[in-house]
Write a protein that binds this ligand. Sequence first.
Ligand SMILES: Nc1nc2c(c(=O)[nH]1)N=C([C@H](O)[C@H](O)COP(=O)(O)OP(=O)(O)OP(=O)(O)O)CN2
Ligand SMILES: [Zn+2]
Length: 125
Amino acid sequence: MYRIGKQFRFEAAHSLPNLPEGHQCARVHGHSYTVEVHLVSDELTQSGFVVDFAELGPFSTHIRDNFDHHDLNTVLDAPPTSEHLAAYFYRWCCDHLRLPDQVRVERVRISETASTFAEYAPSSP
Ligand SMILES: Nc1nc2c(c(=O)[nH]1)N=C([C@H](O)[C@H](O)COP(=O)(O)OP(=O)(O)OP(=O)(O)O)CN2
Ligand SMILES: [Zn+2]
């Protein structure tokens, strides 16, 4: 199996609800987010690609228009944790990227800071 990935970055603000009283993340604060999308395929195209990285262009546009310099509490219907963001972006990629049949979105990883991440990947059948 072949795997490729591409990173995207955006800046955004959020506050997290349902945390213990006094938790620092309940206050409005910001992060420089990194989003990493992983695609897998058993086959390569004639060009030797899983798929051209350029096919992820619509995802870059979606992030720029809807997430960059936004308040994430107004963008997502769920608390804007890294876990919810990863699941949201995974579903967006599955629903909107025009990928060849043999290519699938394997996982999406989100980092709020250099030392933390959350991933979403569907459970194995
Ligand atoms: N499982 C999760 N835990 C936390 C999330 C999350 O999305 N998923 N988010 C936060 C906050 O957004 C917080 O701003 C980031 O937390 P943390 O990495 O702990 O931030 P610090 O920069 O303060 O970390 P230090 O290493 O302690 O400096 C919290 N938890
Ligand atoms: Zn935070």
